[in-house]
Design a protein around this ligand. Structure first.
Ligand SMILES: Cc1cc2nc3c(=O)[nH]c(=O)nc-3n(C[C@H](O)[C@H](O)[C@H](O)COP(=O)(O)OP(=O)(O)OC[C@H]3O[C@@H](n4cnc5c(N)ncnc54)[C@H](O)[C@@H]3O)c2cc1C
Length: 369
């Protein structure tokens, strides 16, 4: 029997394992992870308008979001979408329930040194496989980085019942612009607890300014949220490379998945829902075509839009607030979320873009060609 190796048991690795577990195939599957980023300590938020295999892992579902843009606070319903929160420990439990009864699914603790055409090298040992799904090494020549998303999040406990437990804040521009276009994002867990994140789109190569992001967070909590005193229980921070151009995912028998496979949406840094869709498509390709490479591609214009937006906001940071204001100007957030999901038609896109400065974007699009 031919073996499948999944290199990395993070979000994309376990999501793919789960989708392969319910697909109709008998290939032995081995998930290899070295434990450097324990899944149990992670949290993902994302929006969706369709049921998914791993929905049971979501601990919260929201039907509205708050945005503060162009001097105005708005609470927007999500229409056909819902916004959900998944804790890594819950995701691992759900995946475990799907894979544990299957004797042909195993996990291996080990460091993937190398990915090659006939398998992977784990701690110096060759593990043979017909197909490798790689979320840790990535393609030899990834596309250029268009910008970086620098974020610093505090898991906060507030003295006062300061957070609206029913409404996440998708973006709030009342914050210092730290090295680039910046906003604050708030994911409430209850009235006293939330993840409060300062997020900046910065030009590629800009050094992280941790002190400035911390100051911005502190100011936001004191002056906007008015916690009346708070404690930072945990910190998360990262600088994600944003690439609008497509990644060459397939290399012979190796398919890059997750962030390494180019699944981070370049204009948002979100990947959770795209990874779920990709995992389902890989499993479906395997069932239908006998190999995992028959994957749908979103129309190329969406990558162009992402690239143009990144070009514009890294040169003129104030344009980010204007762009978000235009996308989220409707009664519900649904048109904007559908666009960010790459599920809009061209006429819908032109309506969304009508409130943006056409000359600025057209000039950036011409330069990008
Ligand atoms: C802090 C943070 C928060 C994020 N929050 C969100 C969010 O809320 N919503 C959203 O949509 N997206 C979010 N993202 C973006 C994206 O969804 C995540 O980066 C996501 O985890 C990507 O999945 P992945 O499988 O590619 O990588 P990971 O989930 O990081 O998985 C990689 C795995 O590989 C293992 N590993 C690494 N190197 C090796 C090696 N050499 N050998 C063996 N194992 C190895 C690690 O231990 C890890 O388990 C976030 C990203 C970060 C960094």
């Amino acid at each position: 029997m031919t073996r499948i190796v999944i290199a990395g048991g993070g979000l994309s690795g376990v999501s793919l394992a789960a989708h392969l577990a319910v697909a109709d195939h008998r290939h032995p599957v081995v998930v290899v992870d070295d434990g450097t980023r324990p899944i149990a300590s992670r949290t993902w938020a994302s929006w969706t308008n369709r049921p998914g295999l791993l929905d049971a892992a979501a601990s919260r579902w929201f039907d509205r979001v708050r945005v503060h843009v162009n001097g105005e606070t708005k609470v927007l319903r999500l229409g056909g979408y819902r916004y959900r929160v998944v804790h890594g420990a819950d995701l691992a439990d759900v995946v475990e329930r799907l894979t544990r009864p299957l004797r042909h699914f195993t996990s291996l603790r080990g460091h993937v040194d190398r990915v090659q055409q006939d398998g992977v090298v784990v701690d110096g040992q060759h593990l043979r496989a017909k197909w490798v799904f790689d979320s840790v090494i990535g393609p030899e020549t990834p596309p250029p980085v268009d910008a970086s998303l620098a974020f610093r999040g505090w898991y906060v406990r507030s003295e006062r019942a300061a957070f609206d437990a029913e409404t996440p804040t998708l973006f709030d521009f009342r914050t210092a612009q730290v090295g680039g276009a910046s906003f604050v994002y708030v994911l409430p867990f209850d009235a006293h607890h939330a993840l409060v994140e300062h997020t900046s789109f910065v030009a590629a190569g800009t050094p992280e300014d941790a002190a400035a992001q911390e100051e911005a967070l502190s100011e936001y909590l004191t002056e906007i949220v008015r916690t009346g005193g708070h404690e930072v229980e945990r910190v998360e921070h990262s600088v994600l490379p944003l690439r609008a151009r497509p990644t060459t995912r397939v290399n012979g028998s190796v398919l890059s998945i997750g962030a390494e496979g180019g699944l981070l949406k370049a204009s948002t840094g979100f990947a959770y829902q795209r990874i779920q869709r990709d995992s389902a498509a890989i499993a479906e390709s395997l069932r239908r075509s006998g190999h995992p490479f028959d994957l749908p591609e979103a129309p190329a214009r969406f990558r162009m839009f992402d690239g143009v937006l990144l070009d514009v906001i890294t040169r003129r940071p104030a344009q980010l607030e204007r762009a978000f204001g235009a996308l989220f100007r409707y009664r519900t957030a649904e048109p904007a979320l559908r666009f960010l999901d790459e599920a809009t038609s061209m006429p819908q896109e032109w309506r969304l873009f009508a409130a943006m400065p056409a000359a600025t974007y057209l000039a950036a699009a011409r330069q990008r060609r």
